[in-house]
Design a protein around this ligand. Sequence first.
Ligand SMILES: Cc1cc2nc3c(=O)[nH]c(=O)nc-3n(C[C@H](O)[C@H](O)[C@H](O)COP(=O)(O)O)c2cc1C
Length: 372
Amino acid sequence: MRTAICATYGIEMPVFAFSHSPRVVAAVSKAGGFGVLGASGMEPEELDRALQMIERECAGKPYGIDMIIPDNYVGSESGGLDLASLQKHIPQGHRDFLERLLDAYHVPQLPPTGETLTSRAGVGISLKRGSELVDIALSYPVKLIVNALGVPPAFIIEKAHRQNIRVGALVGAVKHALHQRDAGVDLIIAQGFEAGGHTGEIASMVLTPQVVDAVAPVPVLCAGGVASGRQLAAALALGAQGAWTGSIWLTTEEAETHPVAKEKFLRATSSATLRSRSSTGKPARQLRSAWTDAWEDPANPEPLPMPLQTLLSVDAKRRIEVDAAHGGEGGKQLINYFVGQSVGMLNAVRPAADVLRALNDECDATLQRIIS
Ligand SMILES: Cc1cc2nc3c(=O)[nH]c(=O)nc-3n(C[C@H](O)[C@H](O)[C@H](O)COP(=O)(O)O)c2cc1C
């Protein structure tokens, strides 16, 4: 199954796979798709290590990175505040509320185990951090740099273009797509309401054809809800040159998804998600859990703006993850993670390459069925 974008990016199938797990990215690129590593929330050394591994595994196959440099966040006017300054913006009432919440669910304080954090919500979201990550990425033969939540800064677009690296951006509305096109972005990812992570309010079915028409001839990928070959075929029918996917990789063998979250995803229906500000401060689709319920309750404080909500919750989320991993009931009830409405279609753990092939083969069969 090939579209024009396959020739542009040197891939065999028009499927872009966003993942925070380097092994998923490598597996997808190796198998003929385009893996994109979610770098926001990574420390620079961590990104460097991940790219070394991907580069080694991919042996010349194309891959990219994704970062989050939002248009608006607390401290954006100065390129991002340091952690100490950000801490001062967090009201004590919010800290007390979180302590009470974790106490109510009997989530213990962290043992000094050094277990790694899997919440990639990104305390490090800022222009400064984004630029550091881009500089590391540019020292590898990446083929694409993508930004979410805003227009990539001009100097980043220029740097990438000087090295013949394309720049992409996620959008949730036509007007944002036009801003991206005008800024010189090479690939627009139209992300619908049903997607996992930060989303707007327009569904993929409605958003994609409008964005395709608005930015033509700039290529568009359809993001949000693509978890099968039939949906990939639908994305192509809407005028997209391919699909940009996230949720389907969370339950693959290679994914570093927390095992309790993975289990929840495998059992969840498509009604089990909501858009909530409770993890990052901006509306992001995620699995409903006791965590999101608590933040939705009008009796409790409202989530803080980005990046304060992440900063406030990062330790609490880590405590929850560790408790859940040790079988704690409270941790299991509270734990959640970003995932889209397609979670209802994620019913088995499979290697990423098999997931990719199944998407491709079902898309082929669907297109044959439609035209015959
Ligand atoms: C766990 C998870 C984390 C995400 N984090 C980011 C991110 O850091 N940057 C980004 O551009 N998109 C992020 N997204 C959105 C994806 O890039 C993608 O657009 C979305 O998952 C597509 O919709 P789908 O989940 O229905 O496949 C995330 C999605 C998920 C599921």
